[in-house]
Write a new protein. Structure first.
Length: 71
């Protein structure tokens, strides 16, 4: 059972790393060639939503940052 959980956890970590790499790639492409895919606008909208929620948004943002720093 532990081996299965480690296997699934490894897959999920690989998928998350791939998605983060794709987001970074999208931002770089957006900066160099214009935001054709809307990645930068999407990130801006996400940050705007955190800002609208005040303290709850700040707490959520801190939790996300702490979660990513554990890796």
């Amino acid at each position: 059972m532990k081996d299965a959980l480690k296997n699934v956890s490894g897959w999920l970590n690989s998928i998350i790393e791939l998605l983060v790499s794709l987001i970074v790639f999208g931002v770089v492409i957006g900066i160099l060639f214009g935001d054709t895919f809307g990645v930068i606008a999407g990130i801006g909208n996400l940050m705007e939503k955190f800002g609208e929620n005040g303290l709850a948004g700040l707490v959520a943002l801190i939790l996300i940052v702490v979660w990513y720093q554990k890796k």
